[in-house]
Design a protein around this ligand. Structure first.
Ligand SMILES: NC(=O)c1ccc[n+]([C@@H]2O[C@H](COP(=O)([O-])OP(=O)(O)OC[C@H]3O[C@@H](n4cnc5c(N)ncnc54)[C@H](OP(=O)(O)O)[C@@H]3O)[C@@H](O)[C@H]2O)c1
Length: 289
């Protein structure tokens, strides 16, 4: 968890440090369900606004568009280089060692970014043997320089423990799960904190389905903020990487700028945590076999 003072000083450049020493921007643009020119513009506007991380996936079918927008942005911003931008993508299908290596190579070719900053296994499906095989493929891609940092998504405690036991030299650096005041996943969060695994909060805005909640509105009113700003700030102040998604320029800018220069009082963090209802917006594979 980050202190109130640290949150008041939060900016687009604020990073967390992964267990391998790499820095990860604490707020990043999510691009699920963003396609074609809409996705291109969203990524460009985000980078122009100051975001330095983009969260894509093979599943989103927009790695090529994200890569093009990042490279176009860099070509007109000579003060920045490839290393200034943090690009994440994820494995779509859990099949085998070879299929995972091929998928990582394909993601690199699609994005044209020369390396992937963070590669995640998107979900724990497939059982223990497949999980071990695909993770081994990811570790080998890291050793060969295709990927800088590695991790998982939607992994429950049992899946994480399995990987920690089998890969003591390469524990997952990140677990990306659904996290917002309406789905706090406290047991997984506590486990990850204990193990030094950084949590990424996906669906930090609960897909805009809880903005009218009375508690969120009351907290927002107290600080003169919007419900969206309160929900993003809650995740940042919990110490998560937040991945708000929008394709609208004013929201992309607002979600970033609205997270700067203020913090929630601890009493409001507690109130927001109390809203947990395990609200799952799309899927929750954290307890799959
Ligand atoms: N690993 C996984 O399994 C997984 C699963 C889901 C998501 N993710 C990642 O997390 C990212 C974010 O999650 P998400 O896309 O599910 O949902 P989200 O960020 O919680 O919410 C996105 C929705 O909120 C709207 N919105 C954004 N900012 C707003 C604002 N300031 N005011 C009002 N509405 C606003 C967006 O509409 P507009 O676009 O029209 O503005 C969109 O409908 C994804 O894009 C993806 O990168 C990962």
């Amino acid at each position: 968890m980050s202190s109130k003072e640290a949150q008041e000083a939060f900016t687009a450049d604020t990073c967390l440090t992964l267990a391998n020493g790499e820095k990860i921007p604490q707020i990043q643009l999510g691009v699920w369900e963003s396609y074609d020119e809409e996705c291109y513009n969203a990524v460009l506007w985000a980078l122009e606004a100051g975001y330095r991380g983009i969260d894509s996936a093979e599943w989103y079918e927009n790695e090529h568009i994200c890569g093009r927008a990042i490279l176009d942005f860099l070509s007109k911003t000579p003060t920045l280089t490839r290393s200034s931008i943090f690009f994440t993508t994820k494995l779509r299908h859990n099949v085998s060692y070879d299929a995972t290596r091929a998928a990582i190579t394909r993601s690199l070719e699609q994005s044209k970014l020369s390396y992937i900053d963070l590669y995640l296994i998107h979900a724990p499906y497939g059982g223990p043997l497949i999980r071990e095989e695909i993770y081994r493929a990811l570790v080998d891609a890291v050793k060969e320089g295709q990927v800088k940092s590695w991790g998982v998504s939607n992994y429950g405690i049992r899946h994480l423990q399995e990987i920690l036991d089998k890969f003591p030299d390469h524990p997952p650096l990140v677990n990306q799960i659904e996290l917002n005041p309406f789905n706090t996943q406290s047991e997984i969060v506590e486990f990850c904190r204990e193990k030094g695994i950084i949590l990424q909060a996906y669906t930090p805005l609960a897909k805009s389905q809880r903005f009218e909640d009375e508690t969120v509105k009351a907290v927002a009113g107290k600080y003169g903020r919007s419900s969206a700003e309160v929900m993003v700030k809650w995740g940042l102040q919990e110490g998560f990487v937040s991945l708000p998604k929008s394709v609208r320029k004013e929201r992309i800018v607002g979600n970033l700028k609205g997270s700067e220069g203020w913090a929630l009082e601890e009493e409001d963090m507690v109130k927001l945590r109390g809203l947990d209802e395990h609200f799952v917006t799309e899927w929750d594979p954290t307890d799959c076999p």
